[in-house]
Design a protein around this ligand. Structure first.
Ligand code: PRX
Length: 656
């Protein structure tokens, strides 16, 4: 970010205090901050008792004796699915709609809490009949259909561990995730609807399992796309056959608070995605607490809509576990925002009277580009709160969101968090916080955030630094699946001092505190890119590129992009003897599709530059900073550390 824009953020003087009406009815109260400050652990213990039903109450709050491996509420027992389902039915709200689902092709269904509970019970029996029990891993590779939520809850109900793989990932990405987690079962669909067409999913599962060495013994297939699928007898089963044949009753058993709930793979700085592990009691406590307070949820009257796919952490925490634990009514939508017309999202808000809407800045920017007349063609008056997540929201997009979608009255919460943090960590609390465009603002009560310089000391505003979480939190990741060393190295080595008992979680983000004391996020400081709010690793894309037989060497950078925040830009050296592509354009087109099929369409580079050299230091390290200058069309920075200073000149000249 340029110094100019930092200055403008520092001097942001548009402030939006909560309206008296909103403040009078808001869920969050100022005592949350004072209570958390007075006794952080007692605060979280109270939240755990308030938001979670414990089959066996806990007596311990935090066990940090084996830091940075945490245990929260460890001697308590609960069933996460029971918390999201049965308890609401028992409390007499079984008739409340849990999920209004709308398919992209117009199919629609609404499920009450009683119906959802019944579906999950049957599904749990069907999944148990396939030999799945506590601790077993189940991969879920689905479109956004109710069965995806039912499958996640059924797996959780059995004390098993789900690993949801976003349906846009390739067969190869799916395979590596299945293998890493040693999944026994895959739950998928024949296909799903996207951009007016059915995209196949089952065929990717078949390809992922084709080498025959997988640990998977069964594949459950939901019928959604109606497309033809190949069938492996003895392994594949239709979901509807298995679930219809299953017993309807299923009693939820209690599991210990630290029983693993899910693994979710996310990109890191190396090529191999990390299996982020989350457990049960602490996770549920923080997602339910934040969902209720950050979104000011009044479950009797609100209709909540989080537009994330269930394949991402936002879908786990704020489509599945947070809203359902709170007994909310929510909308679930399968398709893209612009199908069959660019006003589809606004049409859905009007149809279901959505009152709380949570989406990513990329989506907001793409709507801005289309113009305000599209949302203005719909009745959005039901909206009373807006949320943003996944990447920094620029003040212009924030103001547009407020004016055009929020009718100049709906508060906006800009929520900072990560796959690893499990739940929201920094956000305004509506009704309490005076809002400001472009700033995530304040750690939620019970969370301690610091901004540190490279030397580990706190930086004074307005200087920028690195964001750390200075105390363990209930929904924190419990590790990286199968790789405890990588967990410690990645997150806990930069600023921790184990000999002094000091552990600080390094998030990988840059941030600063502005003159009002608000936290402003500045983006990643490592080799992780953020494209449309999705995390991608530069190294993973480089590996995909060099796996192509034409490629000798590749370097990837995240270049600033007006719409997607960052975009993937690659620099590739072709092998001297390759004959597949006659021109650089041809090579670039082939390689862009190669990356999409190796990782998934979200990783497809916006541009690939075919070059003769890459800028390297004397020790052979690629200087991505210089490539980023080229990709962003800036004058090339300091080249004095290059082994061959003329390289950038050559690249720059060629690209002109
Ligand atoms: O860089 C931050 C950015 O997204 C990263 C986490 O990505 P992921 O694990 O995929 O989770 C995304 C959804 C929670 C962070 O390291 N990020 C997320 N929210 C914000 C953000 N950057 C700025 N402002 C946000 N509100």
């Amino acid at each position: 970010m340029s110094t100019n824009s930092i200055d403008s953020l520092l001097h942001e003087d548009r402030h939006f205090p909560p309206s008296a009406d909103f403040a009078a009815n808001s869920v969050a109260s100022a005592s949350l901050y004072t209570d958390a400050k007075a006794d952080r652990l007692a605060f979280w213990a109270d939240r755990a008792r308030e938001y979670v039903h414990w089959h066996k109450p806990f007596t311990e709050v935090l066990d940090w004796s084996n830091a940075p491996f945490a245990k929260w509420f460890a001697d308590g027992e609960l069933n996460v699915a029971y918390n999201c389902l049965d308890r609401h039915v028992e409390a007499g709200i079984g008739d409340r709609v849990a999920i209004h689902w709308e398919g992209e092709n117009g199919d629609a269904v609404s499920l009450t809490y009683a119906q959802l509970t019944a579906e999950v019970k049957r599904a749990a029996n069907a999944i148990a009949a396939l030999g799945i029990g506590k601790g077993d891993r189940v991969a879920i590779y689905m479109p956004v259909v109710p069965e995806a939520v039912i499958a996640m809850l059924a797996v959780a109900r059995l004390g098993a561990v789900h690993s949801v793989v976003f349906g846009g990932f390739s067969a190869e990405s799916l395979r590596s995730r299945i293998d890493d987690a040693e999944a026994k079962l895959v739950i998928t669909a024949d296909g799903g609807w996207r951009k007016g067409k059915v995209f196949p999913l089952k065929s990717a599962v078949d390809a992922a399992l084709a080498n025959g060495t997988s640990t998977v013994s069964s594949v459950l297939v939901v019928k959604r796309g109606g497309n033809d699928v190949e069938w492996v007898d003895g392994r594949d089963l239709w979901w509807h056959d298995a679930v219809e044949a299953a017993e309807p009753e299923h009693v939820a058993q209690a599991f210990e608070a630290e029983n693993p709930l899910f693994i979710l793979y996310t990109s890191g700085t190396t090529g191999k995605p990390k299996g982020i592990l989350h457990t049960s009691g602490g996770y549920l406590t923080q997602v339910a607490f934040t969902h209720k307070n950050v979104f000011d949820l009044h479950p009797e009257t609100d209709v909540f809509w989080c537009t994330a796919d269930v394949g991402w952490i936002t879908g786990h925490s704020y489509v599945v576990y947070g809203p359902l634990a709170n007994g909310a009514t929510q909308l679930l939508y399968e398709g893209t925002p612009d199908t069959p017309h660019p006003g589809r999202w606004w049409e859905l808000i009007e149809k279901y009277k959505v009152s709380i809407f949570y989406t990513a800045p990329t989506a907001i920017r793409s709507f801005m580009k289309l113009g305000r007349q599209i949302p203005q063609g719909f009745d959005l008056s039901s909206l009373r709160l807006l949320g943003s997540v996944g990447e920094p929201i620029n003040p212009e997009a924030w103001i547009w969101y407020r004016e055009v979608i929020g009718a100049n009255v709906a508060p906006i919460v800009d929520t900072w968090w990560q796959t690893e943090t499990g739940a929201i960590m920094i956000s305004a609390l509506p009704g309490l916080t005076t809002l400001k465009p472009g700033a995530a603002q304040t750690p939620i009560p019970g969370i301690r955030i610091d901004i540190l310089g490279e030397d580990g000391t706190r930086v004074d505003p307005p200087q920028g630094g690195l964001l750390v979480v200075s105390e363990p939190w209930p929904s924190m990741l419990r590790g990286i699946w199968g790789d405890p060393d990588r967990y410690v190295d990645t997150y806990w080595s930069k600023f921790s001092k184990p000999e002094e008992g000091v552990y600080k979680y390094f998030a990988g983000d840059g941030a600063h505190v502005d003159t009002d004391g608000d936290i402003v996020l500045l983006g990643r400081v490592d080799d992780v890119m953020n494209v449309s709010g999705h995390r991608l690793s530069t190294q993973e894309i480089e590996s995909a590129l060099v796996s192509h037989h034409m490629v000798a060497e590749a370097a990837v950078v995240g270049a600033a992009d007006e719409q997607t925040g960052q975009a993937v830009v690659a620099f590739v050296i072709l092998k001297a003897n390759q004959t597949d592509a006659q021109t650089a354009d041809e090579a670039s087109t082939m390689l862009r599709s190669h990356v999409a099929s190796a990782i998934g369409a979200i990783a497809r580079p916006r541009q690939i530059f075919i070059v003769a050299e890459l800028p390297k230091t004397r020790s052979g390290k690629i200087m991505r900073r210089l490539l980023q200058d080229v990709a962003e069309g800036r004058p090339i920075g300091d080249t004095t550390t290059l082994a061959d200073a003329s390289v950038m000149q050559i690249i720059g000249d060629k690209l002109k």
